[in-house]
Design a binder for this molecule. Structure first.
Ligand SMILES: [Zn+2]
Length: 77
């Protein structure tokens, strides 16, 4: 179980996006869930992503990427 960096809900790993810190300190998306470095997790939910942007926990560029990812997953199912 991992904790969402925003709402602090504990969820199983597949229900969360894994993020890692880039060299400049900003979060980047890690689709493999295996990249080196300090990881953080965020719910696979638009609401949580939007709040994370508002609270300046993630960048808007990252939020866009994650939202795209949610839409892609939605199309598959
Ligand atoms: Zn969350």
């Amino acid at each position: 179980m991992r904790m969402c960096l925003l709402c602090r809900t504990r969820r199983a790993k597949p229900e969360l996006f894994r993020l890692t810190k880039d060299v400049d300190g900003s979060f980047i998306y890690d689709p493999t869930q295996k990249a080196e470095g300090r990881g953080a997790y965020l719910c696979r939910e638009k609401a949580c992503i939007e709040k994370a942007v508002k609270k300046k926990r993630i960048s808007e560029a990252l939020a866009e990427k994650l939202e795209e990812e949610i839409e892609t997953l939605g199309e598959k199912t």
